[in-house]
Design a protein around this ligand. Structure first.
Ligand code: PLP
Length: 396
């Protein structure tokens, strides 16, 4: 098995694989979930609203609607924005596929926009070029955890009467100036997958300041039913109406209790993530074959990912070989992302006249290093040591 052999044929830097992401669950999380298990409501109970209220306050939004995943959050946002057959959304090429898939769920077309080479954030100039008479929404992504150019995108949205949806799956806790992510776009979506800043196992949230949108989001996650069950209870009535085609995208009370408990520690998680990023920056500074992404001013970065770019002209090999060599050192590196339009589903969908050369070329050189708040300094140092070892072995 040559792929398990370290690059020098000797022992790998670590004995056991260091994952690229991992949740951090403590006794208070376990107690919060256990309490719900013996309470009256396992789902559609009081923990849902409690989590939503705390989350809305955390991100400075009027409304927060909890749903069963980050993907469900994007789908609900696409519905709230009235994406549908005949209209289009502009989506960055460099993101997770769900950012684009949510448009397809609603029958809308996806138009891909290229990203900035130094940050991999969507380029507002490229978004502008992609706007047509059929554009209904822009979906922005806070790649790696730092807010993208939301002011420019917001101006575009206002000027062209579009809905700005922000996929902030990477960016819970991030800020642009003093504005928290979640309070800036028309609709902001979050994911609580275990790799993200806080987890509910699976889960997501949509925030908005618009009461009508919040109403649409709540209906959408509950079969399109117009009156919720407790309101029916208050009215003592069996009556309800399906006013839209909705889904069961509810988040259970077990999960909301976990989310609420995790939210209490968000600040600690963010501080640790930032420390780890600082430590990587310092430890890899001397390697000319590797560069970090640019960190933009006026922002608090939520550090979901620590992405390095390989300077391929200074190496005798490509990203794939460096990836394999780091895995052989038991470092759980990853690649975020294969540009969405390169996936067969999108490639075959229809020929879009758009190009995204920056995302395509960035894809050839990026690697995500392990980053999660439970990592020790010595874990970080192991990663840096392995990167030095592998890069020096391949240096041109
Ligand atoms: C994680 C993620 C999603 C999907 O979230 P799930 O909770 O896994 O459904 C969507 N977009 C981006 C950018 C993500 O990182």
């Amino acid at each position: 098995m040559p792929e398990t052999l370290a690059i020098d044929g000797g022992t790998p830097v670590r004995e056991q694989m260091l994952p690229y992401a991992h949740q951090l669950i403590d006794a208070s999380d376990v107690a919060a979930v256990t309490a719900v298990l013996s309470a009256d409501y396992l789902t559609t109970g009081p923990a849902v609203e409690e989590f939503e209220r705390a989350f809305a306050d955390q991100v400075g939004a009027q409304y927060a609607v909890a749903v069963s995943s980050g993907t469900a959050a994007l789908h609900a946002a696409a519905f709230a924005a009235r994406l549908g057959p005949g209209n289009e959304a502009v989506v960055p090429a460099m993101t997770f596929a769900a950012t684009a898939n949510c448009c397809r769920f609603q029958g809308a077309d996806v138009v891909f926009a290229d990203v900035d080479p130094d940050t991999l954030e969507v380029d507002p100039g490229e978004v502008r070029k992609r706007l047509t008479g059929r554009t209904r929404a822009i979906i922005a992504v806070d790649y790696a955890g730092q807010p993208c150019d939301l002011d420019a995108l917001r101006s575009l949205a206002v000027e062209h009467e579009l809905t700005l949806i922000e996929d902030a799956s990477h960016a819970l806790g991030a800020c642009l100036d003093d504005r928290p992510v979640g309070s800036i776009a028309d609709l902001t979506t979050f994911s609580f997958h275990p790799a993200k800043q806080i987890t509910t196992a699976e889960g997501g949230m949509v925030t908005t300041d618009d009461a009508d949108m919040a109403d649409r989001l709540r209906r959408f996650r509950n079969h399109g039913i117009s009156v919720d069950h407790r309101r029916r209870g208050e009215l003592n009535s069996w009556f309800y109406e399906i006013t839209d085609l909705g889904y069961n995208y509810r988040l259970s009370d077990l999960q909301c209790a976990l989310g609420l408990s995790q939210l209490q520690r968000l600040e600690d998680f963010l501080l640790r993530r930032a420390e780890i990023a600082e430590r990587y920056l310092a430890a890899l500074h001397d390697l000319v074959q590797v560069s970090p992404l640019e960190v933009l001013p006026r922002r608090r970065h939520a550090w979901h990912l620590y992405v390095i770019r390989l300077q391929l002209e200074r190496l005798r090999t490509g990203r794939d070989e460096v990836f394999r060599a780091l895995r052989a050192e038991n470092i759980g590196v990853n690649v975020h992302y294969i540009p969405v339009p390169m996936h067969p589903y999108y490639r075959d969908l229809k020929p879009h006249p758009t190009a995204w050369p920056v995302a395509r070329s960035a894809y050839e050189s990026i690697l995500s290093l392990p980053l999660w708040p439970g990592m020790s300094n010595s874990d970080v140092d192991d990663v840096a040591e392995a990167v030095h070892k592998v890069i020096n072995a391949y240096a041109a």
